[in-house]
Design a binder for this molecule. Structure first.
Ligand code: ADP
Length: 501
C-alpha cells in the first residue's frame, strides 16, 4: 500500500476526496465568475453603443429641427424662426464637436468633416439670408435647402449606421450568450463527471477488491487511489481482516484441541495393540534365549520393528494433526486417512455401534491431509454423539459427475461446480437434526449441546475447510432417522496434475 504521509497538508488537499470535491467547486465557481465578468464587459459595450446611438439620433433630430424652422421662415418670414434655426445650428455644431471622437465609430473622418463643413456653410448662408432683403430669398433658397438636405442626409446616415450596429451587436451578443451558457453547462457536466469518476472509481475498485477477498482470491485490500479517506478506510479494513484472520486461527486452534481430546482415547487404544505385540515378541525372545534358531529370532525382531513403525506412524499422525502449519494441498489417499481417523475417535463409539467404510482403495483427492482429517474427526464425532446402541455410521466415497448442488442445505464455493468431483457421504442413523435448526448448524458457536459439551464450532470449521478446498458441503436429515452430510471436493486436474481449485 502506498505510504503517503498523512501529515503533509499539501498532500492532504491534493490527495483527498474532500480536496477533489472542493477543487471541483472552485473550478465551477471560477467558470461562473469569468463568464459573469465577460458578460458585464459585453453589457458595458452595448450600453456605450446605445448611448452613442442616442447621440446620433439627437443629432439627426436637431438637423430635422433646423430644417423645420428653415421651412417656416421661408413660408412666413418670421424672425423668430430664424433665431430658432440658428440656435439649433449651434446646438448641432456643439454636438458634433463634443462627440467627434465617438462618432468616428459610425462615420468616416471624411464624412464627419463633410458634415462639419456643410453645417458651417449652411450657418453662413442662413446668416446671409437674415441680413438680405426678403425679395432676394428666392435666389438664396435653393442653396440653403441643398445644404440643409445634405446635413440631414449625413445625420440620418449616421443614426442609421448606429442603429444597424446596435442591432448587429445585439444579435452577436445573443449568440454569444447562448454559446457561453451551453459551453458552461457542458463544462460543468464534464467537471461533475470527472469528479464523480475520481470519487466513484476508487470505491468501485474497492468493491471489486472486497469481492475478491470474500472469494478467497486475495488477502488484503489494495489501495485504488492515494486519497486520504480511501487510504484510511483501506488501512482500517486491512487491520480488521488481519484481526479476523488471527481470531479465526485461534478458533481453529481451540477446535483442534477439542478434537485432540476426542482422539486421545482412540490413540491410546491404537497404540495399545503395537505395544502389546512388541511386548509379547520381547517376552518370547527373552524366555527362549539360546533356544531359538537365528531365523525365528529374526522373525520376532522383524515383528518388533514393524510394530514399532506402526506405533511411530500413529504418534506422527497425531503430531501432524496437532501441529499448526500452512495450507498445503497434495494427493491424499482417502481410505487410509478415514480409517485412521475412525481408529482415533473410536474411543467414543459405543461398543455395539458399527462404522462402515465404502471407499475405493485407490481413490485420492487433492487436499491438505491435516485439515481433511479434521473434517472427518468433526463429522464422525458429531455422528457418534447421538448414536444409540444399534448405532451405525456409513462413510462412502466415489467420483460423481456433478450437474447440480447436492440435495439439502448446501454451502461452499464448489456447490456450482459441474463435472467430475469426489463425493464423500457420512451417514448416521442417530436422532437426526430438526428442520428449524438445520439452516443454522454451520454457523459459528451454534450448538444444541449443554454448556461444556460443545463449542458449536465443529461444523463451522468443517465448512471453512471444505470451502478452502473449493468444495461444497450439504446436509440432509429426517428427525429420528439420522443425518447425512455430503461433501464434494474437486478431483485432480489431469492436465496439470493439480487440484481443480
Ligand atoms: P457442537 O458439536 O460443538 O455442538 P457443531 O458445529 O459440530 O458443534 O454442531 C452443531 C450442532 O449441529 C450440534 O449441536 C447438533 O445439534 C447438530 N448436529 C451436527 N451433526 C449432527 C448429527 N450427525 N446428528 C444430529 N445432530 C447433529
Amino acid at each position: 500500500m502506498d505510504s503517503t504521509p498523512l501529515s503533509d497538508p499539501g498532500t492532504l488537499s491534493r490527495h483527498s476526496l474532500r480536496g477533489k470535491i472542493t477543487l471541483g467547486y472552485y473550478a465551477v465557481a471560477a467558470i461562473i465568475l469569468v463568464a459573469s465578468l465577460f458578460f458585464v464587459g459585453e453589457l458595458r459595450t452595448l450600453e456605450a453603443r446605445v448611448v452613442l446611438g442616442q447621440r446620433a439620433t439627437d443629432l439627426f433630430n436637431t438637423a430635422l429641427e433646423i430644417r423645420r424652422f428653415e421651412r417656416n421662415y421661408f413660408l412666413y418670414h418670421q424672425a423668430a424662426d430664424l433665431t430658432e434655426n440658428g440656435r439649433y445650428i449651434e446646438q448641432a455644431q456643439a454636438m458634433l464637436t463634443a462627440n467627434r471622437a465617438d462618432f468616428a465609430a459610425i462615420a468616416s473622418e471624411a464624412r464627419l468633416t463633410q458634415l462639419h463643413t456643410r453645417l458651417n456653410d449652411y450657418q453662413r448662408q442662413i446668416s446671409v439670408l437674415a441680413a438680405a432683403d426678403p425679395r432676394q430669398f428666392a435666389a438664396a433658397e435653393p442653396r440653403v435647402r441643398q445644404l440643409g438636405q445634405a446635413v440631414v442626409a449625413i445625420a440620418e446616415e449616421m443614426a442609421g449606421t448606429e442603429r444597424h450596429q446596435i442591432q448587429t451587436t445585439l444579435a452577436s451578443f445573443r449568440s454569444l450568450l447562448l454559446g457561453v451558457i451551453v459551453s458552461m453547462a457542458l463544462l460543468i457536466v464534464v467537471i461533475g463527471r470527472a469528479l464523480s469518476q475520481r470519487v466513484v472509481k476508487p470505491l468501485k475498485e474497492m468493491e471489486t477488491s472486497v469481492a475478491a477477498i470474500s472469494a478467497n482470491y486475495r488477502e488484503t485490500l489494495l489501495a485504488p487511489s492515494n486519497d486520504r479517506e480511501i487510504l484510511s478506510i483501506i488501512a482500517a479494513f486491512n487491520h480488521m481482516l488481519k484481526e479476523l484472520d488471527l481470531r479465526q486461527k485461534s478458533l481453529m486452534r481451540s477446535e483442534r484441541m477439542v478434537s485432540l481430546g476426542t482422539m486421545l482415547s482412540g490413540v491410546a487404544h491404537e497404540l495399545n495393540n503395537p505395544l502389546s505385540n512388541i511386548s509379547t515378541s520381547c517376552q518370547i525372545l527373552l524366555e527362549e534365549v539360546g533356544e531359538n534358531d537365528a531365523a525365528t529370532q529374526k522373525r520376532y525382531l522383524e515383528q518388533i520393528d514393524q510394530q514399532t513403525e506402526r506405533a511411530r506412524t500413529i504418534v506422527r499422525s497425531l503430531l501432524d494433526f496437532s501441529r499448526e502449519r500452512a495450507f498445503r494441498k497434495e494427493a491424499v489417499l482417502l481410505r487410509p486417512l478415514v480409517a485412521q481417523t475412525v481408529g482415533f475417535v473410536r474411543g467414543e463409539v459405543s461398543a455395539k455401534s458399527v462404522v462402515q467404510l465404502s471407499i475405493p482403495d485407490n481413490l485420492s483427492v487433492p487436499a491438505d491431509a491435516q485439515r481433511l482429517q479434521q473434517v472427518f474427526v468433526n463429522l464422525i464425532r458429531n455422528a457418534m454423539e447421538g448414536l444409540g446402541p444399534q448405532g451405525r455410521i456409513d462413510i462412502a466415497a466415489q467420483i460423481v459427475q456433478a450437474s447440480e448442488p447436492p440435495a439439502g442445505t448446501a454451502l461452499g464455493e464448489g456447490c456450482t461446480t459441474k463435472g467430475a468431483m469426489v463425493e464423500i457421504r457420512v451417514t448416521d442413523n442417530g436422532p437426526g437434526i430438526a428442520p428449524d435448526i438445520l439452516p443454522r448448524i454451520f454457523d459459528p458457536f451454534f450448538t444444541t449441546k449443554d454448556v461444556g459439551h460443545g463449542m458449536g464450532l465443529g461444523l463451522f470449521v468443517v465448512y471453512e475447510i471444505v470451502d478452502e478446498h473449493g468444495g461444497c458441503i450439504a446436509v440432509q436429515s429426517t428427525p429420528g432417522q439420522g443425518a447425512q452430510f455430503c461433501i464434494r471436493l474437486p478431483v485432480f486436474n489431469l492436465d496439470t496434475q493439480q487440484g481443480a481449485h
